[in-house]
Design a binder for this molecule. Sequence first.
Ligand SMILES: Cc1cc2nc3c(=O)[nH]c(=O)nc-3n(C[C@H](O)[C@H](O)[C@H](O)COP(=O)(O)OP(=O)(O)OC[C@H]3O[C@@H](n4cnc5c(N)ncnc54)[C@H](O)[C@@H]3O)c2cc1C
Length: 382
Amino acid sequence: MKTWDVIIIGGGIIGLSLAIALRKRGASVLLVERGEPGREASYAAGGMLVDCPLETPPSLQPLATASARMYPEFRHELEVESGMKVDLRDHGTILFLRKEHLAHPQFATLFHTVDFAEQEPALGMPGYKEEFEQRWSLKERDLETSHEEFAELFRFPFQNAFHVNERSIDPRAVTGAALKTARNRGVDISSGDPVTAINFSDGYVTGVTTTKTSFPAEKVVNCAGCWSAQISPSRLPTRPVKGQMLCLVMHPRNLLKYVIRTPDVYLIPRSDGRLLVGATVEEAGFDKRTDPPTIQRLHRAALKLVPKLADAKILEDWAGLRPGTPDNLPILGATEIPGYYVATGHFRDGILLAPITAQVMADVIEGRKLEYDLSPFSPSRF
Ligand SMILES: Cc1cc2nc3c(=O)[nH]c(=O)nc-3n(C[C@H](O)[C@H](O)[C@H](O)COP(=O)(O)OP(=O)(O)OC[C@H]3O[C@@H](n4cnc5c(N)ncnc54)[C@H](O)[C@@H]3O)c2cc1C
């Protein structure tokens, strides 16, 4: 009977990225997916690679920044190995903030307000740090958009606009390329059959049982997203957090260049002319249905922000289930059960965090010295 070094439960972006990382280090890997790989949260995501201290919890910031930096290489590798195109965009995000957000304690240290009339950002804010000037400042020249064009495009006071040097990626493309790369690298994949239990002998992991069969391995990693708690022998408090989105087709297809985030809605342009409009954050159990009034509300918010979208057709709408945790931080690491590991709970940042999660989890599983402090994400913290 075939055995594997590691079995990964769940074929979302987290399970797939980890499978590739472990395979690259020489491990034999079986990935067990109950449906089709890459069709759950990782398919539903917007793909903003948010690396902004106003939005990222401080303890997650080192991993978020590291992962954001890994993305160009991660994407390049997936494109080369899969032969598939992965749309990674680098124009940055325009963040529109309301006045009350400007009072955020971190704000003054992170951002420069823009005064278009002066051509230069207004400097001299207290606590200004040089590193942040490059990464989180808005300058008219960075935007390649004049004051007039900007005012014509957006119905939002441009005084409250900030440019963030973040990338965005098409999650469906990255997940599809990761699946093909995993296959090409020799990861075995079992799909269409859920894991129902993790098996033990004398307290050690011996594999998994599915509804049809059993697979043996000494190490098992739970990457089952918001379903992780259902198959965990230890107490894992993951829960589904629903997000509804819609997709418009822009005319012209490059109408919007930047990702736009406002307190009400975000817009993510793709290079092929699609524009994603998102997203709700709902406690609705495992219900993945969209509801028309909610989709209409998101649509209206997009049109209000960018009136030129009035002619843009709706291509599709959908909902996905983010893997939430009580403290909104991922759960990463070894559990107290020998051979049982967890990489889940990535909530709103799982696409962003996939490359770094794969790296740190492969280090944990191999017993290597860790580059990052994973204690805030410990499975035993709950
Ligand atoms: C609307 C929306 C917008 C988002 N936007 C962004 C964004 O802009 N940027 C960002 O970084 N993140 C975003 N996210 C979050 C991101 O999608 C998730 O954090 C990420 O996809 C989690 O990946 P995962 O692999 O852990 O989970 P999933 O992709 O859900 O994969 C888990 C897999 O486990 C499988 N599984 C479950 N139970 C079993 C079982 N018993 N046996 C076998 N397999 C099982 C499932 O079928 C599934 O395929 C968004 C999410 C949503 C819903």
